[in-house]
Write a protein that binds this ligand. Structure first.
Ligand code: ADP
Ligand code: MG
Length: 232
């Protein structure tokens, strides 16, 4: 198994990212503009028109996705910090992702032995797990199994998400979290991993990646837990 601990230094400052976001959004907009100009042509077949419209819509959707992902990254972190039961949060993720998993023929299994707690912003933690599970599901285009484990180790919580998907090379692993690194072409934005690393860093935790090409990937997240009885 290849493994690597992904260092938080890799995280880029949000303001640095803004420049590349506008660049990434400008490309699809330029393409769309081109198609709309073409649509003004008088001697276009219906087939061509439909094609240009479909391509424009796809490009606009791409621009929209980039903006949405960027905004969820850049959002200020003034959300409420609460005591969260990880079991509830992971079960929530499974229910939210169920339709997507079903569509991709991915089975999801959750194993949580006992309730354990963490102090976090619920929305950001959910965003993090949604992005992580989405990546795992997308790594299994021919279906597979997504296993989610969570357990307590001393005062740490260890959450594992494991897929039986396409896996990554060492080079791919080391690019994780780099803005706009994606192998999904127009379907990806390459911002999800960055969000994951940011959220876990905010929680003073760590993300570890074990992956093997054609075998699958395991993300292991370690974050400080809190006692059930403790106040927020
Ligand atoms: P996106 O999902 O939009 O491509 P992410 O930042 O979420 O952007 O992920 C970046 C890249 O990391 C993906 O395109 C993929 O190549 C790789 N990756 C992430 N998670 C996995 C996984 N579970 N298995 C294989 N590759 C993965
Ligand atoms: Mg992603």
């Amino acid at each position: 198994m290849r493994e690597q601990i992904v260092q938080s230094e890799k995280l880029k400052v949000i303001s640095e990212l803004a420049a590349s976001v506008s660049h990434e959004v400008r490309n699809p907009l330029t393409v769309t503009k081109g198609f709309i100009q073409l649509l003004r042509g008088i001697d276009l077949t219906e087939e061509k028109k439909t094609q240009f419209i479909e391509l424009s819509l796809a490009e606009l959707e791409r621009a929209q996705k980039i903006i949405t992902d960027y905004l969820s990254l850049a959002k200020d972190h003034e959300g409420e910090i609460e005591k969260l039961n990880i079991a509830d949060e992971l079960n929530y993720i499974v229910s939210v992702m169920a339709p997507y998993a079903l569509f991709q023929q991915v089975e999801m299994q959750v194993h949580i032995q006992e309730p354990h707690f963490v102090n976090a912003d619920r929305q950001r933690l959910r965003q993090c797990f949604i992005n992580l599970s989405k990546n795992c599901i997308e790594a299994m285009p021919a279906g597979g199994l997504l296993t989610i484990h969570s357990q307590r180790q001393g005062d740490q919580l260890v959450i594992c998400m494991k897929d039986t998907g396409i896996g990554m090379t060492q080079a791919e692993i080391s690019q994780l979290g780099t803005p706009f690194f994606t192998t999904k072409r127009e379907k990806g934005t390459g911002l999800g991993m960055m969000l994951i690393f940011n959220v876990i860093k905010e929680l003073r935790g760590q993300v570890r990646v074990d992956s093997e090409k054609h075998r699958g990937t395991t993300f292991t997240i370690t974050i400080p837990g809190i006692e059930r009885e403790s106040a927020n």
